[in-house]
Design a protein around this ligand. Structure first.
Ligand code: NAD
Length: 418
């Protein structure tokens, strides 16, 4: 994320948090504790890279921010990206604390990362870098202490290297990391969990508005892991997805897009562009299409002061992290547009991570159907709690979600007495 976007996101996150702090009536000392990281560690990671016919020593910067563990072990992904820095990792670690608390799983929040462009390293260089990073981070980690997961620029293979490095000194420990390959104790259903959860929440919201999914016009921005699995699950549920997009642009078809055909087209050409039976559209125009439900599933801050007034959806489901800026959020609320916040809508991924950890502790893998059934029930229960809290307190879903999450963390801190 570039510096400008990072500032917008941090500003947005602070705004949402402070709104909830105010409505909860928290004192300054409580706010300070809730905002403080438990521990922030910076590592130097030296790796020898073979470039231009000679060996060159390169030292990369790595971070692990452990924000809060009042409710359970620290939990959060590792990001490999050229713009990773301590401020960004700190903000993302905080977000994990609120997300795990909102969905009421026994984890706290953490995040880590390395300032690197992973595309510039070959596979064995990435393996060396990852294992060296874990050697340095090892004293912080533990199945009941801190459990990493994938994030931008990392994947199941990186998690497998973490498992291997940690297991060298601790014995085979699959529960040390989530998002692993299924062959090494990863969970069935993890791959589609986030998008599947977004689709379940979308169906629930449509039902609450007395909309039949077949008649509900849905627009989805982004056709990567989250966007694709959201679209695919909604299509299986019978929904009508009228527009989809990727980084190149959008495609539109009022009668509904065949998601399987879109997937096949992307597999063949690399892009949605030119999908038979659809009209091309710009990403900006797509966000402003008349529709019932808009699902941003690509980037942060795509709905902002510039376009909030032009959004015609009745509901926005935040599948991406922070796709709506706080100024846009206020404008959308004034216009009566419902926003289901990211910490609720895209929590299916961290929920599946929790299930993976539980399966590892039990040494008992669950079946695919069982993972998805539990995930749907769990997420809809949380959606019900948030809706109920919002109605009771005459507030919006985002403030309700933050109030519930912060309240739980604050309560745990008080009970534990630190
Ligand atoms: P991804 O990299 O798999 O896919 C991103 C998609 O967005 C791609 O289709 C890409 O073409 C598209 N895109 C990029 N720039 C775009 C632009 N300017 N306009 C329109 N589309 C654009 O990423 P993902 O894993 O699907 O994650 C998407 C979002 O969801 C991110 O905000 C991520 O932080 C969030 N998220 C992901 C997960 C998860 O489990 N993957 C969990 C929680 C939140």
């Amino acid at each position: 994320m570039n510096k400008e976007k990072q500032c917008i996101c941090q500003d947005t996150q602070r705004h949402f948090l402070f709104r909830a702090f105010d409505s909860l009536g928290l004192e300054d000392a409580q706010r300070e504790l809730l905002l403080s990281s438990f521990r922030e560690t910076r590592f130097s990671i030296p790796v020898v890279l073979h470039r231009d016919g000679r060996d060159t020593l390169c030292t990369f910067q790595g971070y692990r921010v452990q924000h809060n563990h009042a409710r359970g072990p620290f939990k959060g992904g590792l990001r490999y990206h050229p713009e990773v820095n301590q401020g960004e990792v700190r903000a993302l670690a905080q977000l994990m604390t609120w997300k795990t608390a909102l969905i009421d799983i026994p984890f706290g929040g953490a995040k880590g990362g390395v300032t690197i462009n992973p595309a510039e390293l070959n596979k064995s260089e990435l393996e060396v870098l990852t294992k060296r990073f874990i050697q340095k981070m090892e004293p912080l980690l533990g199945v009941h202490q801190d459990i990493p997961a994938p994030d931008m620029g990392t994947n199941a293979q990186v998690m497998a290297w973490i498992l291997e490095e940690y297991s060298k000194t601790h014995g085979y420990t699959p529960g040390i990391v989530t998002g692993k390959p299924v062959e090494l104790g990863g969970s069935q259903g993890r791959e589609e969990a986030t998008g599947f959860g977004v689709a379940c929440v979308t169906r629930k919201v449509a039902g609450g508005m007395s909309l039949h999914l077949e008649d509900t016009r849905i627009v989805i921005q982004g056709f990567g892991n989250v966007g694709f699995h959201t679209a695919m699950t909604l299509a299986r549920m019978g929904a009508r997805v009228i527009a989809l997009s990727d980084v190149r642009g959008a495609v539109h078809c009022e009668a509904g897009i065949d998601i399987e055909a879109a997937r096949a087209h992307v597999a063949q050409t690399g892009w949605l562009e030119g999908l038979p039976g659809t009209e091309p559209l710009s990403n900006e125009a797509m966000l402003e299409l008349p529709c019932h439900i808009l699902i941003p599933a690509a980037l942060e801050a795509v709905i902002n002061c510039d376009n909030a007034g032009a959004i015609q959806a009745k509901v926005i489901i935040e599948a991406a992290n922070m796709p709506v800026t706080h100024q846009a959020d206020t404008e959308l609320q004034e216009r009566g547009i419902i926003v289901v916040p990211d910490i609720l809508a895209n929590a299916g991924g961290v929920l599946a991570s929790y299930y993976e950890w539980v399966q590892n502790l039990q040494e008992f893998p669950w079946e695919h159907e069982s993972v998805l059934r539990r995930l749907e029930q769990h997420l809809l229960r949380v959606y019900g709690e948030v809706s109920h809290h919002a109605e009771e307190n005459e507030t919006d879903l985002r403030t309700a979600a933050y109030e519930l999450a912060i309240g739980r963390v604050n309560k745990a801190i008080q009970l534990r007495g630190f």
